[in-house]
Write a protein that binds this ligand. Sequence first.
Ligand code: ZN
Length: 340
Amino acid sequence: MVSAQDNSQFSSGGFVLSLDLELMWGVYGSHSIDSYGQNILGVRRAVPAMLDLFEAEGVAATWACVGLLMFENRDALRAALPHRRPQFSNARDDTYAFIDAVGPDEASDPYHFGLSLVREIAARPDQELATHTFAHFYCLEDQLDVPAFAADIDAAIAAFEPLNVRPRSIVFPRNQVTKDAQAVCAARGIDVYRGPGPFRMDRPGGRAQQSTLRRGLRLANSYVPLCGPAVVDVAREGDATNVPASRFLRPYSGGAMAPARLQINLIKREMAQAARQNRLFHLWFHPHNFGTHTDENLALLAEIVAFWRNLNDRFGWPSRTMAQAADAARNTAAQMPGAA
Ligand SMILES: [Zn+2]
């Protein structure tokens, strides 16, 4: 996938794509199957189509999977639940409240089970399987219960074992990162994470900190660069490596195409800048964002991928998973004069 003529082993830049695969487990705080079920069902079409695009064009991607969706059936899921679970002051944050809603298996309940999707991702080249925690665990909604979080991450790692995958990267739900949570993950070999975007308005916080103004600013900043370009760099932070997000790809959801075009043009300008400066552009979204208006959204993604190919040809700017981006930054640091 990464062209041989580039000098990627000595550079830490690249195009990183990460996708949070969560089905209903990631949206219960704001949606129900009634209000969002069509988007979740649409994931079944969107994921294979994205994988076909990535394979055809040589794009690497990181798929951060919620552990709860990685089971054959309800019995296997129940047997894998951690004994210590978090208690949240807001009932909407308690994923376990929805366990009783789960059907017998993936065929009968495509809203909660997605092991076949994870297997399909695992079978494709250059796709990294990462964790999005076992139960879409929020680390900043309340004081973090560290033993409960450790039990969650242990369950997430165990869910990957039948696939012979040991996750190295994590995407924290709502990008809620804490030092304690990082330490739990790093102690288990999960030492790469997706940090929040580069702008003040992207700083993680609990629900209480997410004001309407802040959400409005984030929305506007998706279409016009209010705060400068979202070009970023990998950063070592203690035992962990931060591969920070640049932007969330807001899906086209009907109506006029003009806002989507504004966003794509902004993304392309920032990708070009990152490629010229050999830095990182890290785009992320959820497969369920493509669950409706799937063709239009896939076409926008294909346009971004085609633009990356052009930059790859001109600048040798590679496509990388989060783990590959972290490794490239470590290798680059090791080549620096004075490195041990
Ligand atoms: Zn999520």
